[in-house]
Structures are given as C-alpha cells and as structure tokens.
Write a protein that binds this ligand. Structure first.
Ligand SMILES: NC(=O)c1ccc[n+]([C@@H]2O[C@H](COP(=O)([O-])OP(=O)(O)OC[C@H]3O[C@@H](n4cnc5c(N)ncnc54)[C@H](O)[C@@H]3O)[C@@H](O)[C@H]2O)c1
Length: 384
C-alpha cells in the first residue's frame, strides 16, 4: 500500500477484517506499506499491521513478494504508481478519482489492460448493502423506467476561511476540488444505478479564494503551517445537470460549503413504478416507494438492509445489527479478492474510472464554455 493516512487506515482495516467475515479463495497479507517519512511510516506500519515498510514506493514495485499495489496517495501520484505497478505485472487498486484528467486515466487503463493485471477503483459507496439492494430493485424492474436521479454530496469541513490550503485545495496535486473529490462519488453511483451519461452542463464556484498554508493530518483534519497564505485554485462547489443515454434526467450538487452537512451523500431515484432514497449518514436504510402498493398505504417505507436478502449484509450480524462506513471497504475488497483469484477486474474498475473521469471533465468543459457538453465529444483514445 502506498500512503497511510485516511484511506490508508480504511483500506488496512478492510484487509484485516475481510477474512473474518468472508471466505475468499485468496486472502490479503499486509506485506509492506510505503511512505516518504521513515518515522511516520514505521509508526503507521506497526499500528495498522503491515509486516514491513519502504520509504520509496518504487521499492514496493520491485519486490517479488508483492502481488497487489494499493494506491491511497493524493491524485497527482495515481497515474505514475499505477502504470509502474501494472508494467511490473502487479494487480492494482487505486483510490478515486482515478487520475488528474481523462488523458492520464486512459493511460492507466491502457497499462492495466496491456499487462493483463486485475484492477479496481475504490468507489466504496457502491458497496453499502442498501445501495446494492437499490441496484437489485432497479435491475429487477421494480421501479420501471427511470425518470430522475437527484444526488447531492454535501460537506462543510472547509467553511472556516482559516481552514488551511491543504493538498485537496491545490490544483497541481488534486486536479479539481470538490468536483473530483465528491461529485466523483455521486456520478459513479448514478452510472452504477441509472446508466451512462449522454450530456452535461455545470457550474462551479470558489467562495474562499485565499487560505493560510497547511497540510492534512488524517481524516479531514489539517494543521496550519506558520506564515504565508496561498491561492485556492480549485472549485469549492460543483453542480450540474445531466441527461442519461436511457432518457433519464439527473441533477447533481457537490459542495464543501453546506453548513451542518458533515457527509451528506444522498440520492433519490424516481421511476414509473416507484422511487428510492438513500442517505450515507443513515446508510443501512433504503427508503422505498412502490406505486402498486394498496391505496391508503402508499408512501415511502424504510427497509433496514441488514438481512441475508440484502447483498453483503448476511456476512455480518443478525438482522437489524447495523454496519458502518468501514464495511463498504471490506465488501469492495472481497470483490477484489475474487477478481484476483478468478482472473477478472470487478466493477468498479479502471474502465469505470475512465468513464467517471470523462463525466468530470465534460462538466469542467461545460463550465468553461458555458454550454452543454456531450460525453461523445470527450476524446477517448482509440484503444479505450
Ligand atoms: N473512497 C473514498 O471515499 C475516499 C475518501 C477520502 C479520500 N479518498 C482518496 O484517497 C486518496 C488519498 O486521500 P486521503 O484522504 O487518504 O489523503 P491523506 O492526506 O489522508 O493521506 C495521503 C497519504 O499519501 C502520502 N503521500 C502524499 N504524497 C505522496 C507522495 N508523493 N508519495 C508517496 N506518498 C505520498 C501521505 O504521506 C499520506 O500518507 C485520494 O486520491 C483521495 O481522493 C477517497
């Protein structure tokens, strides 16, 4: 694993807990973690259960005792590490967004395909049992034709103008701001549940244009460094409209300026026969409305998706004994282990990463040109 903070903790925990709940044909062995600061990476390795550490990720790629490279570093490092890993014949899992831009993302997809390694991108929210159950209901036709998706990802952790200029707010490290960070998640959920995008039009804004310099310290916490200020060159908020190939319409809003919303990842989908609603902060529940319910009893019902009928949930606890954020990663890693033992790349994989990146970039292009952008206008390479 390269990197060891927020996502490093989530992934390490998932690898360790996975065999506890799932019987997979291969099991993860936490062989080595890489970080640039020897003191810190050693502490992280000890705490999170890694057998050894390296101070240069390139050493991980060279090691013969490593089969899978897990990338949990900032976005500007994903492409170089993933391509080097694939060229060395190692399987790759990479955090989202896949890359800084579509061109990089396509090079990453090309590298994993050419070298025939298993690949995944870590859109973990797909793996909440309630989201998987939503997918099952849609696939079974229980909602009929889908008309609408409205999805929001609302946070508020940088509203204080003195919150520092961390890597997530610097274009050269992150690519885009709120857009690539959390709009990426809701558009991935939309692709998972509703299908491929046809065209988009968006708007973005940066409310606080200058901040004191600082760095992330784990989770979404940060510390100030003494002295200077720097320019914020990424979006604080991104909102866009979409048409899907199926004819459905989408409304999306992602922001870090929605006071009181700590991690409001929510969607509602309306179809001809019913509707569903989901909210990460109440992630075990799916709200379901079915139009063929008896008159007088119609309305949204709450399904607590903790039963064996709900994908992944049966591996955990008896019905009603709820699970949390970390279990979305365990479920995703279970799919990855199956992919590695059986030789395929489970969804979401680098192809999803490229398609998501194309939507992100199409929205950015629409903001620049103040017009609708068709996904087919986005230049996907010939080998894609
Ligand atoms: N799936 C999710 O829900 C989710 C949530 C948060 C972050 N992410 C993604 O995970 C990735 C990491 O984010 P995070 O929140 O864990 O960040 P973080 O700041 O908490 O940790 C980043 C880690 O990368 C290391 N690092 C930074 N630059 C490096 C370099 N050049 N070489 C080697 N190591 C380097 C840091 O030392 C640190 O260990 C990002 O791509 C982010 O978008 C995904």
């Amino acid at each position: 694993m390269v990197g060891y903070r927020f996502m490093g903790k989530a992934h390490s925990h998932a690898y360790r807990d996975l065999p506890f709940y799932f019987d997979t044909e291969v099991e993860p062995v936490l062989q080595a973690v890489a970080g640039r600061n020897e003191v810190e990476v050693k502490v992280a390795a000890d705490k999170m259960g890694w057998a050894s550490y390296e101070t240069d990720w390139k050493r991980l790629i060279e090691r013969k005792d490593i089969d899978l490279i897990d990338i949990v570093t900032p976005n500007n490092t994903h492409a170089e590490i993933a391509i080097a890993a694939a060229e060395a014949g190692k399987h790759v899992i990479c955090e989202k967004p896949l890359a800084m831009n579509l061109e990089q993302a396509q090079r990453m997809l090309h590298a994993v395909r050419k070298n025939n390694v298993v690949h995944m991108i870590c859109h973990n929210y797909r793996f909440a049992p309630a989201v998987q159950f939503a997918k099952k209901l849609i696939q079974e036709g229980r909602l009929g034709k889908i008309y609408h998706i409205r999805a929001t990802y609302l946070q508020d952790w940088i509203m204080d103008p003195n919150f520092p200029l961390v890597w997530r707010l610097r274009k050269e490290v992150t690519g885009s701001g709120t857009h690539g960070d959390i709009a990426a998640h809701i558009l991935d959920l939309a692709r998972f549940l509703v299908g491929e995008f046809d065209e988009v039009v968006g708007m973005m804004e940066t409310f606080i244009k200058e901040r004191p310099i600082g760095e992330m310290t784990g989770g979404l916490n940060a510390k100030l460094e003494a002295g200077s200020k720097g320019k914020v060159d990424v979006d604080d908020t991104s909102a866009f409209l979409a048409r899907f190939k199926s004819g459905a319409l989408g409304v999306f809003e992602a922001t870090r300026f929605a006071g009181g919303n700590r991690n409001g990842n929510r969607f509602e989908i309306n179809g001809e026969k019913g509707s569903i609603r989901w909210d990460l902060e109440n992630m075990n529940n799916l709200q379901v409305y079915l139009a063929d319910d008896e008159p007088g009893l119609q309305g949204f019902r709450t399904i607590n998706c903790t039963e064996e009928h709900h994908p992944f949930a049966g591996a955990y606890w008896p019905a009603g004994h709820i699970i949390g954020y970390e279990h979305t990663f365990i479920n995703l890693m279970k799919e990855l282990m199956n992919g590695i033992s059986r030789g395929y790349s489970p969804n979401p994989n680098f192809e999803d990463g490229v398609r998501n990146q194309a939507v992100l970039e199409a929205v950015e292009k629409s903001v620049e040109t103040r017009s609708w952008v068709k996904l087919e206008q986005m230049s996907l390479a010939k080998n894609y």
